[in-house]
Design a protein around this ligand. Structure first.
Ligand SMILES: [Zn+2]
Length: 145
């Protein structure tokens, strides 16, 4: 799991790092508006979904069947957040719902250095620019609640 563990993974549902890659971009529509055009935004979003699928597959290949997500602190008021069912099957859809837990612009940073037992998702959004830290534990040994 070395490749997954060693680097933080930044994933955004709205900010596709246009300026970071500007020199490599050949699409004239993008360069004209100085941001990704609609077609390229769709392509970037698909890349992000593929990355999430890859993370999910990597976890599964390393024996993760379920993940346990304890309550965390979030929002502007530091209130307790949590899932109705903190024990979730490891799949791309559930992972995506953790990485982008709210219906708003989000940039999440995944730190996988706690693997094989756990990893962290730092979820930054308008109400909480410094991020909400969600800890994801390997849940195989946990009982259904
Ligand atoms: Zn474009």
């Amino acid at each position: 799991m070395i490749h997954l563990k060693d680097i933080p993974i930044n994933l955004s549902n709205h900010d596709f790092n246009f300026h970071e890659y500007k020199d490599e971009i050949e699409c004239s529509a993008c360069l004209e508006i100085e941001d990704y055009c609609e077609n390229c935004s769709v392509f970037e979003w698909e890349n992000i979904l593929e990355t999430i699928e890859w993370i999910s597959r990597s976890l599964q290949e390393n024996g993760w069947e379920t993940m346990f997500i304890p309550a965390w602190l979030g929002g502007w008021d530091n209130s307790v957040r949590g899932l109705k069912d903190p024990l979730q099957e490891v799949n791309a859809e559930n992972l995506r719902n953790l990485i982008f837990p709210y219906n708003t612009d989000i940039t999440s940073k995944l730190t996988m250095s706690g693997l094989p037992d756990q990893f962290e998702i730092l979820v930054s959004h308008h109400d909480r620019p410094m991020g909400e830290k969600i800890i994801v534990n390997k849940g195989n040994e946990m009982q259904e609640m």
